[in-house]
Design a binder for this molecule. Structure first.
Ligand SMILES: Nc1ncnc2c1ncn2[C@@H]1O[C@H](COP(=O)(O)OP(=O)(O)O)[C@@H](O)[C@H]1O
Ligand SMILES: [Mg+2]
Length: 308
């Protein structure tokens, strides 16, 4: 095992994205996990730029527990690169690609990774959606936590909803709905963790189902045939690699009744409380939350020393 000196790890959480409340929860959990692993820790909220500037000078390494814009999109990663502070997770380029669902899907298609058929639309051409086969999902290109995601079953009846969404987001993604079961696969280092199945009580895994206790049933490991498990894990790893991601990620996918998987998206900084999906999958693989946090820190530290 790599011996890590007493590092001071800055845990970045909060920020200004729509996912701030979730990030605060992730940050708190990571802070505790790292403390228990013996690291010295400092909580940093990039919302306060003056304090952040000062705090960054005091740390050896950063653990980014920010979700969404500013934290998951390469911005903070570029800043840390410039400041020569090693950090956990994907580099600016990988982060930028993964947060952009349209860019990710283009790469999936080029890499032979199945993803539901899709198109983007704006105020200028939204009427063309009339010919896009229903039912389909509409989602922001670069938001997370299911914020702004909705299902369209009938185009004429959904016009108002679409216009409203276009006020909020200038560019949106329309994506064919895959009917079937939902799964997510965490990647840690270079391997896929056990597959998790999600059974939301709502129509789909929306914000409410994601963050309200009892609204979703999580099956770890997913009760699926071995052949499905292998296929999902291979595909998740392929998606992680195709986007050029690092250290960890969580790949969301749907599978139809025959078990044919379709990758929806990659999350470079997935939820990180002890009850979040990647930590749940790690636990199933025998990796405790503390161990998971410290493994990630070790990966980033090793890279800094040019060994990975
Ligand atoms: N094409 C689709 N078919 C079926 N369900 C979908 C599809 N796209 C999204 N969903 C549902 O919406 C949720 C959020 O979509 P996702 O693409 O993962 O975006 P987010 O970044 O908000 O998590 C998914 O977890 C799933 O329940
Ligand atoms: Mg998702």
């Amino acid at each position: 095992m790599l011996v890590v000196p007493k590092l001071k790890v800055g845990v970045l959480s909060g920020g200004t994205s729509s996912e701030r409340p979730i990030s605060l929860r992730s940050g708190k959990a990571v802070l505790n996990g790292l403390k228990k692993s013996g690291f010295s820790v400092l909580r940093i909220d990039p919302k306060d730029s003056h304090k952040t500037r000062k705090a960054l000078r005091r740390i050896d390494l950063a653990f980014i527990a920010l979700h969404g814009k500013g934290g998951e999109d390469g911005t903070i990663q570029s800043r840390l690169e410039k400041a020569k502070i090693p950090y956990v997770g994907s580099n600016p380029k990988g982060s930028r690609l993964a947060i952009d669902k349209a860019a990710s899907k283009r790469i999936f298609e080029r890499s032979g990774i199945p993803t539901p058929s899709w198109r983007t639309f704006s105020k200028r051409n939204w009427k063309e959606l009339e010919s896009f086969p229903t039912p389909f999902f509409v989602k922001p290109i670069d938001d997370g936590s299911s914020i702004g995601v909705f299902l369209i079953e009938d185009f004429p009846q959904s016009v108002e909803k679409l216009i409203h969404a276009l006020v909020e987001y200038p560019l949106l993604l329309a994506e064919r709905r895959i009917e079937g079961r939902e799964f997510t696969v965490g990647i840690l280092g270079k391997r896929a963790l056990p597959v998790v199945e999600l059974k939301p009580r709502g129509e789909f895994y929306d914000y409410h189902c994601k963050y309200t206790k009892g609204m979703t049933e999580y099956l770890v490991p997913a009760p699926i045939p071995d052949a499905w498990r292998r296929r999902f894990q291979q595909l998740a790893l392929k998606a992680h690699q195709a986007l050029g991601l690092r250290d960890f990620s969580r790949i969301d996918l749907m599978a139809d009744s025959e078990g044919n998987p379709y990758v929806l998206e990659a999350n470079t900084i997935p939820g990180f409380t002890e009850l979040s999906l990647l930590p749940k999958a790690a636990k199933e693989a025998g990796i405790s939350f503390e161990e998971l946090c410290s493994q990630l820190v070790r990966m980033a530290w090793k890279r800094r020393n040019g060994k990975a």
